[in-house]
Design a protein around this ligand. Structure first.
Ligand code: BG6
Length: 485
């Protein structure tokens, strides 16, 4: 027998992401036959009521995806159970241990990270941290290196590192894994994947949503800690890492840590030149007038809702190749992409038509579409005396080979990650030293930001951040990808 315990099983993450993911895994026949799933949360609720709530959430999502099946639901329902617990008390966790029974128990902590340390301590005392058990931790673990270590030390007292699965849901996204396939499953990119051929890299994670109900959480973290410390640095690592010797968890994570260690520290003096902080003020989002960040809560705050940073990786492969990252709330589009901008031609033989040759660009789009495209120059058809060139986009995505096939359903990133955690495969999870290195780098940015000079600059909701974000690239003769070049 095996058990999956969802602490915070009635909360937003569990109902919106985890349980729908489990439904889809069930639907596709991927869950182990003997797996039981136990929701554990504070509220006194009967199993029937809990199951009804889960069904409501799963059904509406699955129907919207045209993937509802009564048979799959019945199988999932049969696995589900619920128990009201105080997860910080060993005494209260004992009945949960009885429900779990013998076999491997994977506990997913979908609760406030401020409770992690107390919960794992109670789990250990209640026998839920045996040698075969596992714990899955949602981000954010801590808000700087020190608090990360405090929590993680408590986790390490209860579980060995091999039993700890730190989630970064970006690593579960299909295109992110495809990046590994693209880089290491082909011979044509790797010889070009360095400072001889690449001019710079851009990573953009744009969101149209505001902070809204998440204000109390978000105000303590801001865009730097909420997005850049984890999702964006993980993307940077996958672009920049050396080829691992194989796809074993530690092989991949060793390479990622090396990248994080090579990030050039950003000093206080440098911060003005290479970082931009912004906060949205009232504007328009998706055609609707929206409030500014401060007005959403009626409080004055210096938390950034936008960050742009130039990162430099001091190693042989990437010396001289800037990595520009930007992310923010209330931007004009929900767009997540990695742009690999290749260098311009060393010499153009087409220079009687200046500017018509644009440098190659590989765009790895994660959202809204999952797509990888390469821009290459092509001759414009025709009998012009002087050869005319135009860029064309070659899509390297699924579906290009078989246009009649229905594209696969876009999976929730947690499906992959839950499946891997249940199988004990930690390749797509963040190791302790990785998280520590990421915090170290981010901490010196947040320390550099202390002081009046680094108060966030205003940007109007519905724009791509403050003007300084464009200047960050302009100063180096580059531009953010607009998608229309
Ligand atoms: C979360 C952040 O980790 O990622 C949120 O806490 C953010 O602020 C979300 O909105 C974005 O995830 P995705 O998958 O929609 O890009």
């Amino acid at each position: 027998m095996a058990a999956l315990v969802l602490f915070g099983g009635g909360g937003d993450l569990a109902l919106r992401m985890l349980l729908p993911s489990l439904y889809y895994l069930e639907h596709d026949g991927l869950l182990p036959d003997d797996l039981k799933i136990i929701g554990a949360a504070r509220s006194e609720e009967s199993r029937e009521d809990y199951v009804a709530r889960v069904r409501q959430s799963v059904e509406s999502k699955a129907k919207a995806d045209d993937a509802w099946s009564d048979a799959a639901w019945s199988k999932l329902e049969a696995r589900l159970d619920y128990l009201a617990v105080d997860a910080t008390s060993a005494e209260s966790l004992k009945p949960l241990k009885d429900k779990v029974g013998p076999g491997t128990c994977t506990s997913f902590l979908a609760v406030s990270p401020s409770l992690y340390a107390r919960i794992v301590t109670a789990m250990r005392a209640a026998g839920l941290a045996e040698a075969d058990d596992r714990v899955v931790l949602e981000k954010p673990v801590g808000r700087d290196l020190e608090t990360f270590r405090e929590i993680d030390d408590a986790v390490a007292d209860a579980f060995s590192e091999l039993q700890v699965f730190r989630i970064d849901h970006y690593l579960g996204k299909e295109t992110v894994q495809n990046l590994i396939a693209l880089r290491f499953g082909n011979t044509i990119f790797e010889p070009l994947w360095n400072n001889l051929s690449i001019d710079h890299v851009q990573i953009t994670v744009g969101e149209t949503v505001g902070v809204g109900d998440r204000w109390p959480y978000y105000d303590e973290y801001g865009a730097l800690r909420d997005m850049l410390q984890n999702h964006m640095l993980q993307l940077l690592c996958l672009v920049a890492m050396e080829p691992p010797s194989d796809l074993e968890p530690d092989s991949v994570r060793n390479e990622k840590v090396k990248v994080l260690r090579s990030l050039r520290p950003i000093t206080h003096d440098e911060a003005e030149r290479v970082t931009v902080r912004g906060q949205y003020v009232a504007g328009t989002s998706e055609g609707q007038p929206v409030k500014g960040y401060d007005e959403e809560r009626g409080l004055d705050s210096d938390t950034e809702t936008f960050v742009a940073i130039r990162a430099d990786i001091d190693n042989w492969r990437w010396a001289g190749v800037p990595f520009f990252m930007r992310t923010g709330k209330r931007l004009p589009e929900k767009r997540t992409e990695i742009v690999i901008q290749f260098k311009a031609l060393p010499h153009s033989i087409f220079d009687n038509d200046r500017g018509q040759v644009t440098a190659n660009r590989l765009v790895i789009e994660l959202q809204p579409e999952e797509d990888i495209s390469l821009s290459v120059m092509n001759k414009k058809p025709g009998l012009d005396q002087r050869m005319q060139l135009q860029p064309i986009q070659m899509s390297l995505s699924w579906g290009q080979n078989d246009k009649s096939a229905k594209p696969p359903r876009r999976r929730i990133a947690y499906e992959r990650l839950l499946l891997d955690a249940l199988a004990g495969d930690s390749t797509l999870f963040v190791r302790r030293d990785e998280a520590e290195q990421a915090w170290k780098w981010v901490d010196q940015v947040s320390e550099a930001w202390e002081g009046a000079a680094f108060k966030p600059r205003d940007y109007v909701a519905g724009t791509w951040g403050p003007p300084e974000a464009d200047l960050l690239l302009d100063r180096t003769g580059r531009r953010w990808n607009t998608g229309n070049d």
